[in-house]
Design a protein around this ligand. Structure first.
Ligand SMILES: [Zn+2]
Length: 85
């Protein structure tokens, strides 16, 4: 899995990087023409969207839950948090 790039917004694998200007990589579901498609989206809303998308794809619920828990750790959502370490 290490060779796979994951979108730093939704956590899904990115087939082609959307942007060369940013260090972060977002898929074209999340990011287009230099900006987020839903700039006001929260991490929780993103989780819901990804959950629905994966469930439609027939992914097992346990895996979906596990996967969406990781969304909090992606760069897009981490920037808005203060680090508590
Ligand atoms: Zn994405």
């Amino acid at each position: 899995m290490k060779n796979l790039k994951t979108c730093q917004s939704c956590g899904l694998p990115v087939e082609s990087a959307t942007s060369k200007h940013t260090q972060t990589i977002y898929c074209n579901h999340c990011y287009e023409n230099g900006k987020f498609k839903s700039p006001n989206l929260t991490a929780n809303e993103m989780k819901k969207m990804v959950k629905e998308r994966m469930q439609k794809m027939g992914v097992a619920k346990a895996f979906v839950d596990n996967f969406t828990d990781g969304i909090d750790k992606l760069e897009r959502w981490n920037k808005n948090k203060t680090n508590v370490f």
